[in-house]
Design a protein around this ligand. Structure first.
Ligand code: NAD
Length: 462
């Protein structure tokens, strides 16, 4: 086990103020692999003050130089990609190949996209007799979850750095080692002292102190809707800018004209990847009644093939939560066609890839975010029925539509109350705005839309 001490504050690793630590557990074998300091109000205060001191200098740094630091950061992430992927696998449990391709691949692309955006964005424009400047919001508190440990950090830190903001990051308790590697990468990339700071620690202690700190100008949070609601209230009371990326319960709508086998297989893979711990996962598959039985059979077969290719969920509490939902699905009358609540292995926080058929829209498993490898399959009678079911939750983060004709899929997608829809299996685009309708959040991440979250405008009249 490795003991890490220190927080990255003002350009150096400094001893934590208190003696408490957080243990990091490998979810695949339940071994404690490391410990990091549990930050206190004092650590948070030191980090926020460092960020505040560094703000005028970084805000005044020409965008081209900020772009150069971001390009250097991307290069360090590339150079250290194997180490980062290994660390994500050790603390999150995802299979190494997935860590390499997605957990490290996506943030490298996002860091690169912000190096380019910082260099090319129009931070100044003429509007009639005015010049409008886009200026950094200020000191940003970034609070991130464990499910995509590096991606969630980069999706906040890269646009904030591009905008000229300074940052204090409080990563999730379960995945602090990836965050420490990111801090090292920022240092190696030559980002000036105080511009980026890292405080590890518990959400209700370090996270809350950070969100409430009077010298923080903006809180950018990704995590559960419950905590997001509290952070929104704290930010609202202090009139701080806030960005919230929260939960989801997205619909995968398979229209009658779709290539059913493809839609089902991609849909199952989408839900099972990262062991179902993806906020934008299409956890509700909607199939027309005429093709329902065929779809259920295909989905059960696809889920059954996963075997050892699926990693554990992140911790024991999450595993119990997911099993509890599976039991609830059975109790409410859904039909298990793959997986189930039993632990598939003796060691590690594994959950079997699970598929429920005969799910009705009001069931708990069709309404609440499970955050595990659990797919629900619902039946619809016609397009209006499909739309009502698709839009019938408090969430609106993502979704998918499959149809024989792209225009037909687009027409349906335009009526969905959700922030992102993949048409016939459309690919991930690191420049496309990502974020939620309804209780899935406030604001957007990635690309130019993500950058604008960290900017405020000033107009000068002539
Ligand atoms: P969480 O809300 O418990 O924790 C997220 C972060 O908030 C962690 O860093 C945690 O320490 C911190 N936190 C907890 N309590 C806090 C408080 N009172 N004040 C300040 N910070 C606090 O969520 P989680 O368990 O880490 O992640 C899982 C959830 O996040 C799921 O519901 C998932 O849908 C959601 N999520 C959403 C997105 C998105 O982009 N919309 C992405 C990933 C995860």
């Amino acid at each position: 086990m490795k003991h890490h001490d220190g927080m990255y504050i003002d350009g150096a690793w400094r001893p934590a103020a208190g003696p408490d630590v957080i243990e990091v557990v490998n979810p695949a074998d339940e071994q404690v692999i490391a410990a990091v300091p549990a930050g206190t109000v004092e650590d948070v205060d030191a980090a926020v003050r460092a960020a505040r001191r560094a703000l005028p200098g970084w805000a005044a740094t020409p965008p081209a130089e900020r772009a150069a630091r971001l390009a250097a950061l991307r290069d360090v992430l590339v150079a250290r990609k194997d180490e980062i992927a290994g660390t994500v696998t050790a603390e999150l449990g995802s299979p190494l190949k997935f860590s390499e391709a997605v957990h490290v691949g996506a943030p490298i692309a996002v860091a690169g996209s912000y190096a380019e955006l910082a260099a090319t964005h129009a931070f100044e424009e003429k509007v009639g007799n005015s010049t409008v400047y886009q200026e950094p919001v200020g000191v940003v508190a970034a609070i991130t979850p464990w499910n995509y440990p590096l991606h969630q950090i980069v999706a906040k830190a890269a646009p904030a750095l591009a905008a000229g903001c300074t940052i204090v990051l409080k990563p999730a308790e379960d995945t602090p080692l990836t965050a420490r590697l990111f801090a090292e990468a920022v240092h190696e990339a030559g980002v000036p002292a105080g511009v980026f700071n890292l405080v590890t620690g518990a959400g209700p202690v370090a996270g809350q102190a950070l969100a409430e700190h009077p010298e923080v100008d903006m809180v950018s949070f990704t995590g559960s809707t419950a905590v997001g609601r509290r952070i929104g209230a704290v930010a609202g009371a202090a009139v701080k800018r806030v960005a919230l990326e929260l939960g989801g319960k997205s619909a995968n709508v398979i229209l009658p004209t779709a290539d059913l086998a493809k839609a089902v297989n991609v849909g199952v893979a989408n839900v099972m990847s990262n062991s179902g711990q993806t906020c934008s996962a299409w956890t509700r598959m909607l199939v027309h009644t005429s093709r329902y039985d065929e779809a259920v059979e295909l989905a059960a077969a696809a889920a059954g093939k996963y075997g050892d290719r699926i990693g554990p969920v992140v911790n024991a509490k999450q595993r119990e939560r997911v099993r509890g939902y599976i039991e609830k699905g059975v109790a409410e009358g859904a039909r298990l066609v793959a997986g189930g609540p039993e632990a598939p292995r003796e060691r590690g926080y594994y959950v079997s890839p699970t598929v429920f058929a005969d799910v009705t829209p009001e069931m708990t498993v069709a309404q609440e975010e499970i955050f595990g490898p659990v797919l629900t399959i619902l039946r619809y009678e016609d397009e209006e029925d499909a739309l009502r079911i698709a839009n019938g939750t408090v969430y609106g983060l993502a979704g998918a539509v499959w149809a024989g004709d792209e225009a037909e899929a687009v027409a349906f997608a335009r009526r969905m109350e959700t922030g992102q829809v993949d048409i016939n299996g459309g690919r991930f685009n690191p420049l496309a705005p990502f974020g939620g309708y309804k209780q899935s959040g406030v604001g957007r991440e990635l690309g130019a839309h993500g950058l604008s979250e960290y900017l405020q405008t000033k107009s000068l009249q002539f």
